[in-house]
Ligand binder design. Structure first.
Ligand SMILES: [Zn+2]
Length: 133
């Protein structure tokens, strides 16, 4: 890993070569230790995790479609929504990871997309808690 890599601003993707800079000169956001190499590595981790999740969901959907369903229609609808959400999250991770690997830049769409999907998933899990026994 190179030591004098530019820092990437999470807010505006501006690259700052100044290692001592505490804030982004373009937008004033606090700079993190995010560098293109680290972002690239993150991309691989995210893509691998997304691929794993997607693969797992494909298996789960395949497995459930080959077993008899004993729950109610509400359970079925919930399961379908859950599977869809996790599959989308997995696919989104793969695409986001590939994007990060290719561009080595931060993307706000990816950031918000992740927060949005993760938020939806958390809400779904929280709502399912009193139902599952
Ligand atoms: Zn900035």
């Amino acid at each position: 890993m190179k030591k004098n890599e530019p820092r990437i601003c999470v807010n505006c993707s501006n690259q700052t070569p100044d290692q001592a800079a505490a804030r982004c000169p373009q937008c004033g956001w606090k700079l993190t230790k995010l560098t293109p190499t680290r972002l690239w590595a993150c991309g691989w981790v995210v893509a691998a995790a997304g691929g794993f999740i997607t693969g797992m969901m494909v298996f789960v959907i395949w497995a459930t479609s080959h077993s008899e369903f004993t729950g109610t229609a509400r359970d079925a609808a919930f399961e379908f929504w859950m599977f869809t959400l996790i599959s989308v999250l997995g696919l989104f991770s793969v695409l986001a990871g590939i994007w990060l690997i290719r561009h080595r830049k931060m993307n706000k769409m990816i950031l918000y997309g992740f927060f949005g999907l993760a938020g939806l998933l958390i809400i779904t899990i929280m709502m399912s808690l009193p139902l599952s026994s």
